[in-house]
Design a protein around this ligand. Sequence first.
Ligand code: 4HQ
Length: 243
Amino acid sequence: MLKIDVLTIFPRMIEAGLAEGVVGRARTAGLLDVVVHNLRDFTTDKHHVVDDVPFGGGPGMVMKPEPFFAALSAIRAQRGAPDAVILLSPAGERFSQDGARRLSALGHFVLLCGRYEGIDERVREVLATEELSIGDYVLSGGEIPALAVIDAAARLVPGVVGDDSSVEADSFTRGLLDYPHYTRPAEFEGRQVPEVLLSGHHAEIRRWRREAALQRTQQRRPDLLATAALDAHEREWLKRSKS
Ligand code: 4HQ
Protein backbone atom coordinates (compact mmCIF):
# COMPACT_ATOMS: atom_id res chain seq x y z
CA MET A 1 0.00 0.00 0.00
CA LEU A 2 1.30 3.48 -0.92
CA LYS A 3 1.73 5.63 2.20
CA ILE A 4 1.53 9.45 1.91
CA ASP A 5 1.68 12.15 4.60
CA VAL A 6 0.64 15.75 3.86
CA LEU A 7 1.65 18.75 5.99
CA THR A 8 -0.57 21.83 5.59
CA ILE A 9 -2.33 24.62 7.47
CA PHE A 10 -5.51 23.75 5.45
CA PRO A 11 -6.09 20.03 6.09
CA ARG A 12 -9.77 20.24 5.09
CA MET A 13 -8.73 21.36 1.60
CA ILE A 14 -6.69 18.18 1.18
CA GLU A 15 -9.31 15.91 2.79
CA ALA A 16 -12.04 17.32 0.53
CA GLY A 17 -9.92 16.73 -2.57
CA LEU A 18 -9.19 13.13 -1.57
CA ALA A 19 -12.72 12.16 -0.55
CA GLU A 20 -14.28 11.71 -4.01
CA GLY A 21 -13.84 9.51 -7.05
CA VAL A 22 -11.02 7.11 -7.81
CA VAL A 23 -8.77 8.31 -4.97
CA GLY A 24 -11.60 8.31 -2.41
CA ARG A 25 -12.40 4.69 -3.33
CA ALA A 26 -8.71 3.71 -3.19
CA ARG A 27 -8.54 5.03 0.39
CA THR A 28 -11.64 3.14 1.56
CA ALA A 29 -10.44 0.01 -0.27
CA GLY A 30 -7.14 0.14 1.66
CA LEU A 31 -4.98 0.66 -1.45
CA LEU A 32 -3.85 4.12 -0.40
CA ASP A 33 -2.90 5.30 3.10
CA VAL A 34 -2.98 9.12 3.23
CA VAL A 35 -2.64 10.98 6.55
CA VAL A 36 -3.16 14.75 6.52
CA HIS A 37 -1.46 16.70 9.33
CA ASN A 38 -2.39 20.18 10.48
CA LEU A 39 0.84 22.14 10.81
CA ARG A 40 -0.70 24.20 13.64
CA ASP A 41 -0.80 21.05 15.79
CA PHE A 42 3.02 21.19 15.85
CA THR A 43 3.32 24.74 17.22
CA THR A 44 4.10 25.31 20.91
CA ASP A 45 2.71 28.84 21.44
CA LYS A 46 -0.75 29.74 22.67
CA HIS A 47 -1.94 31.14 19.32
CA HIS A 48 -0.52 28.35 17.11
CA VAL A 49 1.43 30.80 14.95
CA VAL A 50 3.01 29.27 11.84
CA ASP A 51 4.40 32.42 10.14
CA ASP A 52 6.71 35.33 10.88
CA VAL A 53 8.14 38.45 9.21
CA PRO A 54 10.95 37.96 6.67
CA PHE A 55 14.52 38.70 7.78
CA GLY A 56 15.79 41.54 5.57
CA GLY A 57 12.33 43.05 5.29
CA GLY A 58 9.94 43.03 2.37
CA PRO A 59 6.29 42.18 1.85
CA GLY A 60 4.35 39.26 3.25
CA MET A 61 5.14 36.57 5.76
CA VAL A 62 7.34 33.46 5.78
CA MET A 63 6.44 30.08 7.26
CA LYS A 64 8.45 29.31 10.39
CA PRO A 65 10.72 26.25 10.26
CA GLU A 66 10.02 24.76 13.73
CA PRO A 67 6.50 23.33 13.07
CA PHE A 68 7.79 21.54 9.93
CA PHE A 69 10.71 20.01 11.87
CA ALA A 70 8.44 18.91 14.75
CA ALA A 71 5.90 17.43 12.33
CA LEU A 72 8.57 15.48 10.41
CA SER A 73 9.85 14.02 13.70
CA ALA A 74 6.31 12.93 14.58
CA ILE A 75 5.77 11.44 11.11
CA ARG A 76 9.05 9.49 11.34
CA ALA A 77 8.07 8.19 14.80
CA GLN A 78 4.46 7.26 13.92
CA ARG A 79 4.77 6.26 10.29
CA GLY A 80 8.44 5.34 9.74
CA ALA A 81 11.19 7.04 7.71
CA PRO A 82 9.78 8.23 4.35
CA ASP A 83 11.49 7.49 1.03
CA ALA A 84 11.04 11.11 -0.09
CA VAL A 85 10.09 14.48 1.42
CA ILE A 86 8.70 16.68 -1.33
CA LEU A 87 8.34 20.44 -1.20
CA LEU A 88 5.76 21.89 -3.63
CA SER A 89 7.12 25.07 -5.19
CA PRO A 90 7.30 26.86 -8.55
CA ALA A 91 11.10 26.58 -8.20
CA GLY A 92 10.90 22.77 -8.26
CA GLU A 93 11.45 20.31 -11.06
CA ARG A 94 8.38 20.08 -13.32
CA PHE A 95 6.05 17.26 -12.23
CA SER A 96 5.30 14.86 -15.08
CA GLN A 97 3.76 11.46 -15.80
CA ASP A 98 7.26 9.96 -15.35
CA GLY A 99 7.42 11.65 -11.96
CA ALA A 100 4.02 10.22 -11.06
CA ARG A 101 5.25 6.72 -12.02
CA ARG A 102 8.37 7.11 -9.89
CA LEU A 103 6.38 8.25 -6.82
CA SER A 104 3.73 5.53 -7.26
CA ALA A 105 6.51 2.94 -6.90
CA LEU A 106 7.77 4.35 -3.57
CA GLY A 107 6.60 2.94 -0.26
CA HIS A 108 6.11 6.24 1.54
CA PHE A 109 6.44 9.96 0.75
CA VAL A 110 5.68 13.25 2.50
CA LEU A 111 4.30 16.41 0.84
CA LEU A 112 5.06 19.83 2.36
CA CYS A 113 2.55 22.57 1.50
CA GLY A 114 3.60 26.19 1.93
CA ARG A 115 1.47 29.34 2.10
CA TYR A 116 2.29 33.09 2.24
CA GLU A 117 5.57 34.12 0.52
CA GLY A 118 7.03 30.65 1.11
CA ILE A 119 8.79 28.49 3.67
CA ASP A 120 11.99 29.20 5.62
CA GLU A 121 14.89 28.00 3.43
CA ARG A 122 16.17 25.63 6.14
CA VAL A 123 13.12 23.40 5.63
CA ARG A 124 14.17 22.99 2.01
CA GLU A 125 17.85 22.44 2.93
CA VAL A 126 17.39 19.99 5.80
CA LEU A 127 14.02 18.25 5.42
CA ALA A 128 13.18 18.21 1.71
CA THR A 129 14.77 15.54 -0.48
CA GLU A 130 13.24 17.07 -3.61
CA GLU A 131 11.17 19.98 -4.87
CA LEU A 132 8.36 19.70 -7.44
CA SER A 133 6.37 22.28 -9.45
CA ILE A 134 3.08 21.50 -11.21
CA GLY A 135 3.56 24.32 -13.72
CA ASP A 136 4.60 27.89 -14.40
CA TYR A 137 1.86 29.83 -12.65
CA VAL A 138 1.54 31.18 -9.13
CA LEU A 139 -0.88 29.54 -6.74
CA SER A 140 -1.73 30.71 -3.22
CA GLY A 141 -0.36 27.56 -1.64
CA GLY A 142 1.02 24.06 -2.15
CA GLU A 143 -2.30 22.29 -1.42
CA ILE A 144 -3.59 22.14 -5.02
CA PRO A 145 -0.17 20.93 -6.25
CA ALA A 146 -0.14 18.28 -3.48
CA LEU A 147 -3.58 17.05 -4.61
CA ALA A 148 -2.39 16.89 -8.23
CA VAL A 149 0.68 14.84 -7.21
CA ILE A 150 -1.36 12.44 -5.03
CA ASP A 151 -4.02 11.94 -7.72
CA ALA A 152 -1.52 11.28 -10.54
CA ALA A 153 0.58 8.89 -8.41
CA ALA A 154 -2.38 7.06 -6.83
CA ARG A 155 -3.99 6.14 -10.16
CA LEU A 156 -0.79 4.29 -11.10
CA VAL A 157 -0.97 2.05 -8.00
CA PRO A 158 -2.23 -1.36 -9.19
CA GLY A 159 -5.96 -1.77 -8.49
CA VAL A 160 -6.72 1.94 -7.90
CA VAL A 161 -8.17 2.44 -11.39
CA GLY A 162 -10.64 -0.42 -11.81
CA ASP A 163 -9.74 -1.27 -15.40
CA ASP A 164 -5.97 -1.55 -16.16
CA SER A 165 -6.65 -1.03 -19.86
CA SER A 166 -8.05 2.40 -18.98
CA VAL A 167 -4.67 3.45 -17.48
CA GLU A 168 -2.88 2.00 -20.49
CA ALA A 169 -5.13 3.95 -22.86
CA ASP A 170 -4.51 7.20 -20.97
CA SER A 171 -2.90 10.09 -22.66
CA PHE A 172 0.81 10.04 -21.61
CA THR A 173 0.97 6.35 -20.79
CA ARG A 174 1.92 6.06 -24.46
CA GLY A 175 3.37 9.56 -24.52
CA LEU A 176 0.65 10.80 -26.91
CA LEU A 177 -2.51 12.85 -26.53
CA ASP A 178 -5.78 10.95 -26.37
CA TYR A 179 -8.01 10.24 -29.38
CA PRO A 180 -11.51 11.86 -29.50
CA HIS A 181 -14.27 10.11 -27.52
CA TYR A 182 -17.96 9.88 -28.45
CA THR A 183 -21.08 8.42 -26.88
CA ARG A 184 -24.76 8.37 -27.83
CA PRO A 185 -26.59 9.93 -29.63
CA ALA A 186 -24.90 9.17 -32.98
CA GLU A 187 -26.02 12.59 -34.26
CA PHE A 188 -26.11 15.64 -32.00
CA GLU A 189 -26.42 19.34 -32.88
CA GLY A 190 -26.13 18.27 -36.52
CA ARG A 191 -22.75 16.63 -35.84
CA GLN A 192 -22.21 12.96 -36.67
CA VAL A 193 -20.02 10.50 -34.80
CA PRO A 194 -17.31 9.25 -37.21
CA GLU A 195 -18.80 6.37 -39.21
CA VAL A 196 -15.97 3.93 -38.43
CA LEU A 197 -16.81 4.02 -34.69
CA LEU A 198 -20.34 2.73 -35.46
CA SER A 199 -19.07 0.04 -37.84
CA GLY A 200 -18.14 -2.68 -35.34
CA HIS A 201 -14.86 -3.26 -37.26
CA HIS A 202 -12.52 -3.44 -34.28
CA ALA A 203 -9.26 -3.45 -36.25
CA GLU A 204 -10.36 -0.36 -38.22
CA ILE A 205 -11.51 1.37 -35.03
CA ARG A 206 -8.12 0.74 -33.43
CA ARG A 207 -6.38 2.15 -36.49
CA TRP A 208 -8.63 5.26 -36.61
CA ARG A 209 -7.96 5.97 -32.93
CA ARG A 210 -4.21 5.50 -33.28
CA GLU A 211 -4.09 7.89 -36.23
CA ALA A 212 -6.39 10.41 -34.56
CA ALA A 213 -4.11 10.42 -31.48
CA LEU A 214 -1.03 10.87 -33.69
CA GLN A 215 -2.64 13.69 -35.69
CA ARG A 216 -3.81 15.51 -32.57
CA THR A 217 -0.39 15.18 -30.95
CA GLN A 218 1.37 16.42 -34.09
CA GLN A 219 -0.96 19.44 -34.29
CA ARG A 220 -1.11 20.42 -30.62
CA ARG A 221 1.95 18.97 -28.88
CA PRO A 222 4.60 18.08 -31.48
CA ASP A 223 7.20 18.19 -28.67
CA LEU A 224 5.71 14.95 -27.28
CA LEU A 225 6.54 13.01 -30.47
CA ALA A 226 10.27 13.12 -29.69
CA THR A 227 9.83 10.77 -26.71
CA ALA A 228 6.57 8.94 -27.56
CA ALA A 229 6.59 5.14 -27.80
CA LEU A 230 5.79 4.71 -31.51
CA ASP A 231 5.91 1.57 -33.63
CA ALA A 232 7.12 1.40 -37.25
CA HIS A 233 3.60 1.89 -38.66
CA GLU A 234 3.08 5.02 -36.56
CA ARG A 235 6.42 6.56 -37.57
CA GLU A 236 5.57 5.88 -41.23
CA TRP A 237 2.08 7.43 -40.83
CA LEU A 238 3.62 10.59 -39.32
CA LYS A 239 6.19 10.89 -42.12
CA ARG A 240 3.43 10.57 -44.72
CA SER A 241 1.10 13.03 -42.96
CA LYS A 242 3.80 15.73 -42.88
CA SER A 243 4.23 15.80 -46.65
N1 4HQ B 1 3.17 27.66 -5.10
N2 4HQ B 1 3.72 24.22 -8.26
C1 4HQ B 1 3.46 27.30 -2.64
C2 4HQ B 1 2.98 27.27 -6.42
C3 4HQ B 1 3.33 25.91 -6.89
C4 4HQ B 1 3.35 25.51 -8.24
C5 4HQ B 1 3.06 29.09 -4.85
C6 4HQ B 1 3.63 26.79 -4.04
C7 4HQ B 1 3.00 29.51 -3.41
C8 4HQ B 1 3.70 29.17 -1.14
N3 4HQ B 1 3.71 24.86 -6.18
N4 4HQ B 1 3.82 28.69 -2.52
N5 4HQ B 1 3.07 26.23 -9.32
O1 4HQ B 1 2.52 28.07 -7.21
O2 4HQ B 1 3.95 23.84 -7.01
